[in-house]
Design a protein around this ligand. Structure first.
Ligand SMILES: [Ca+2]
Length: 385
């Protein structure tokens, strides 16, 4: 199996034979189609673009490569933009997990990656620079490490990075791994783990980055990480900004009972390990000290065991999906569209169920959405005729 198995607790792996028998796609009017039928990828985990006025898009391969190609269904080849396989450890949930282009990429050529490595086991966020005509060339020697932090275990690495509408770089980290957050990282504001971080790549007060003045713990005297934007997360596997409203949405992979979706706000505590979704986890009773933010949506084990956070659709191909948050479950193959108004869920619609393993959602510059099948293809939603 080429499933991203380590995202899934072994006791919770789905019965693969179940998938084909209850495909819901046709009934609900949606199907997937291969957006780039001539292209194959190794364990793709991210699809993005640089705001540079070109038509190229980029796909991350978990092993440690960035592929680049023309955003066209007839694209025949996808060149290697950067290869850091020698730096990266990519077993299970590890690997090259995040890519974000500087808002001024066209002018400065800077982009950022998140990867995990061994010896020692740690996460690295680093900057590279693309040069040359159309910024097509990347010298791996341009690597500048911004942040590195130790990982106690090899799973739950978070790994999404993205610039917000404020021009600051947001970074998701998992709780460090194993199970139950036994080191209590997510609630520990002195720890890097179990967080959404926010840094300013245009400042240098921390070396190759700086602390935004309005970060919730900027200048604190309690020993809290000044990089923290929000905390109490277990494994935020993919977050995104709604390109219209700027709202920050995250999928957070659950432990034993629930997968959840959170709307992330500055300084917010999303509860883990005190709570798993709305239920006390550790301690089992009276876990809530007050102020914990509930997910906007959660679902139980029968619907899936490993959420893949998606994006709010702002494209033009499917007017019926506009403004809805598209997301999936990596294990069950279900793909949904959630409707929210004023921060409250008003509808959650099952679009279809795929045999594939949706590892991430990506957007192109026009806001069209792509679903990455970890088995090697980039899909998009289409209606059933
Ligand atoms: Ca939570």
């Amino acid at each position: 199996m080429s499933l991203f198995t380590a995202l899934i607790p072994s006791s919770d792996r789905p019965d693969q034979t179940r998938h084909k028998s209850d495909l819901a796609g046709k009934a609900n009017g949606w199907r997937l189609e291969n957006a780039f039928p001539n292209l194959r990828f190794r364990r793709p985990v991210e699809f993005t673009y640089a705001d540079e006025g070109s038509n190229r898009v980029f796909v991350l391969e978990q092993e440690g490569r960035i592929r680049v190609f023309d955003n066209s269904a007839t694209a025949k080849t996808a060149a290697v933009f950067l290869d850091v396989q020698k730096k990266v450890s990519s077993e299970g949930e590890m690997g090259l997990l995040g890519l974000a282009f500087h808002p001024d990429f066209r002018r400065n050529g800077f982009f950022y990656i998140y990867y995990t490595k061994r010896n020692p086991l740690e996460s690295v966020i680093a900057r590279y620079q693309a040069t040359g005509p159309n910024r097509a060339t990347v010298d791996p020697a341009t690597e500048t490490v911004l942040v590195r932090f130790a990982q106690p275990y090899d799973n739950h690495n978070g790994g999404k990075i993205a610039f917000g509408p404020d021009g600051l770089l947001y970074i998701s980290t998992g709780d460090g791994g194993a199970w139950g957050d036994q080191h209590n990282n997510a609630q520990n504001r002195a720890a890097w783990l179990g967080k959404i971080l926010r840094i300013d790549v245009n400042k240098t007060d921390k070396g190759a980055y700086g602390i935004p003045a309005d970060n919730p713990f900027a200048g604190n005297r309690e020993g809290y990480r000044e990089e923290i934007f929000a905390y109490g997360l277990r494994n935020p596997w993919r977050f995104s900004f709604d390109r219209q409203t700027g709202q920050l949405w995250a999928g957070d992979v659950g432990q034993n009972e629930f997968e959840e979706i959170d709307i992330i706000t500055k300084g917010g505590n999303y509860g883990w390990r005190l709570k798993e979704a709305g239920r006390c986890y550790n301690p089992r009773n009276d876990c809530d000290p007050g102020g914990l933010i509930e997910p906007i949506h959660h679902y139980p084990r029968q619907d899936g065991t490993s959420i893949t956070g998606g994006v709010v659709y702002r494209g033009s191909r499917h007017s019926g999906l506009r403004g809805k948050y598209l997301y999936a479950d990596f294990a069950s193959g279900r793909i949904w569209a959630l409707t929210a108004e004023k921060g409250q869920k008003t509808d959650n619609q099952l679009l279809l169920k795929t045999d594939g393993a949706i590892s991430a959602f990506g957007e192109d510059s026009a806001g069209e959405v792509y679903l990455l099948d970890h088995n090697g293809t980039i899909q998009r939603l289409a209606t059933v005729n």
